[in-house]
Ligand binder design. Structure first.
Ligand SMILES: [Zn+2]
Length: 113
């Protein structure tokens, strides 16, 4: 299986949907936290949904941005080329993480920094 622009766009569509859902949940949670605020105006909301949802929202947004970047890279013809060592990223890795911009080696180096 090769990774095509259409394939990336399909992933983007799915994640866009996920992002919208997360955004909705985030708004709901915000409202819930406001309703539970004390008289002093400070939020005493202790539900753990807020942190979970904001993390979900952030990670979905990051993923969307990464996919978007991948589509641009595909248009420029440098998709699948590692940003670190400029070598081709193995197709097997791209199939698992289509938005990756680094090979395993470079990814490990970055993570250690
Ligand atoms: Zn590399």
């Amino acid at each position: 299986m090769t990774i095509t622009e259409q394939y990336l766009k399909n992933i983007q569509k799915e994640y866009w949907f996920e992002f919208k859902k997360a955004e909705e949940d985030f708004k709901k949670e915000m409202k819930a936290s406001q309703n539970k605020s004390g008289k002093d105006g400070a939020s005493h909301y202790t539900g753990n949904g807020y942190g979970v949802i904001s993390a979900r929202l952030a990670s979905t947004r990051n993923y969307l941005m990464a996919i978007d970047e991948s589509i641009k890279r595909m248009e420029n013809g440098n998709y699948g080329i590692c940003k670190g060592c400029k070598r081709e990223i193995p197709i097997k890795r791209l199939q698992i993480i289509p938005h990756t911009q680094f090979c395993v080696k470079c990814c490990n180096i970055i993570e250690k920094q």
